[in-house]
Write a protein that binds this ligand. Sequence first.
Ligand SMILES: Nc1nc2c(ncn2[C@@H]2O[C@H](COP(=O)(O)OP(=O)(O)OP(=O)(O)O)[C@@H](O)[C@H]2O)c(=O)[nH]1
Ligand SMILES: [Mg+2]
Length: 679
Amino acid sequence: MSTEYSEVALKEKLHRLTNHPDSIQSLSSWIIQNSKYRESIIRVWSKDARKESNAARIVNLLYLANDVVQNCRKVCPELKDHFFPVLESVIKHSARNPPPEIERVLPKLVKVWREREVFSQSQLRRLDDALLQGKSSAAYPTPVSSVPDLSKNNPQKELLHEEVAKNCQEILISLQRLQAPPSTEREVRIQLATFPESISCPEMLQTIRDSSQAKEVLKHNEAALPLITDYCKRLGEEMLERRNLQQLLDNLMNNVRSCVEYHEKMLRDVKKKEDRLKSDLVEVEKAFNSLPDLNAEASFISRSLPALENLFDMGILEKIAEIEHEISRTQKNKATEYHLGLLKAKLAKYRQQLLEPSGKGGGKGEGFDVMKSGDARVAMVGFPSVGKSTLLSSMTNTHSEAAGYEFTTLTCIPGVINYEGANIQLLDLPGIIEGASQGKGRGRQVIAVAKTADLILMMLDAGKSDQQRALLEAELEAVGIRLNKRPPHIYVKQKKVGGVKFTHTVPLTHCNEKLIMTVLHEYKIFNADVVFREDCTVDEFIDVIQGNRVYLTCLYVYNKIDQISIEEVDRLARLPHHVVISCEMNLNMDYLLEKIWEYLALVRVYTKKPGNAPDLGAEDGIILRQGATVEHCCHALHRTLAAQFRYAIVWGTSTKFSPQRVGIQHLLHHEDVIQIVKK
Ligand SMILES: Nc1nc2c(ncn2[C@@H]2O[C@H](COP(=O)(O)OP(=O)(O)OP(=O)(O)O)[C@@H](O)[C@H]2O)c(=O)[nH]1
Ligand SMILES: [Mg+2]
């Protein structure tokens, strides 16, 4: 196969091509070798393929092309792209009324090209279309899509555009069908011309003189009949297609006309609007120009307006900020301690003012006035999105919306935990932000609810910095909540006369008489007895004078430990008052419950009737607070019982002996059994 390339040589080879793989492969490699003549090669191949009427030979030519496009990648990859358009058109051509051999081969080839990624996706789509189009246009004439009923009053733009596009598509298909119509088939016409005149001219029949002449004419007629029948049939089909094309063109014209009308109408509308706007603008300008010149008529307008702070007394926040700033920049030493004490007292006073309900805005806030119920109340306080609602939903039967964005919860949502026979109310609150103590967000309402709780669960995100805890603590501190502290042992009794009497029962290292006096004067207290029973700081003293501090136990609950390292979990878990959990992975939740119970320090006391054994079931007994006495127990049982009380007999750890007779002030312990004897 080392012949020099020439069109004649190629034609020769194509003529000798068989369906044997060797024949196809050797010609294919010869074509690839001569790929520099690709234009000529493709022209010859396509001409051959188009004019070929033998299905088996068309298949051979297609197989040859297949071999070329698959194997030309290394030597001349462009060859495949040059082959593509002719391949597409031959496929389109062959797919019309294909004999069974070609019908089998075409989809197979396209499938192989798709699997081996011979052609790009878009090229493959075009080949798919070519296959489909061939099929759809197999039946003359091309089906005409119906003309949509587009009434002129309500033309729909999208529908019109779609129709026009569809029309164009159909016209293209029809034109393709008419590309090589039977009426232009030269060979057939030449062949028809070679038939004797007698076959097309009935008058010639009259010239027949004998049977031999008649037989001659009949012979010619019989020879011409199949060709003429077939040609007439095809011409008829072509005529139908042409009529169809005419119909399609009419539809297109109508649709395009509707489109134009629609756009003209739109243009008229827009122009009308523009005119209206222009006239409005003129009116506005006229009105504007006729406005009086206020600068000229009222000279007072040019005077500067009063400052906002002079209009409203918004001083408290500013004063607080000012004092905080001053405290922070004052050095702590002997010389400044009185000044600092004074500043701290002032700060406490202003903060108090800020928290006092002020007319309209002082209400509790809608959604926050949840009834206190059960034996104890636990409030969850924390920054947004730390998992408070998730915890409520997992620990109680109440569902609280939880989501990955901040401020999902906007009101107070109560749930109940049943543990050790006690009903513990758990409150889910909105997340608070820095500045909550000054009313930012829903801070004030949240803090107001938190103050009513017996235990605070400070929810923190284990994945965030330790600073979050300090920030939250500062917010709660600022509103008078003291966490995990007990009230200072300071006695202050205001009097009417007699001046200030200051004593202390322990040596004081943080305060002295002068400092105490300064603070008292700031509060305008000039007559009082003050006794320090422990070595307290001036802040603690101010707390006592303010008298409205709330001392609450607090558990720092670090959630989302599934997101941090085990070392970090270990570090957090070891710190005092800390519990680490993961609500989502349900980690350590039982321990949290135990801790809540421990921190609430509830006392469960079983009652016993004389002569009967006590009921010690899970639901029996009464729940009291830590430090509850027999009197509290009486009140819990019946409101008249304390008045009728004579004595009680107690079994348990609160007494020296078991049982022991005790008075009404006796302190009860957890799991004591009590029998009350009435008068
Ligand atoms: N990885 C992890 N994600 C959690 C855990 N607990 C809660 N979350 C996710 O944290 C997101 C916030 O949870 P919420 O329960 O809505 O938080 P919230 O504190 O109630 O938030 P606010 O109502 O906006 O104050 C949600 O997408 C939870 O799925 C946990 O243990 N681990
Ligand atoms: Mg929430």
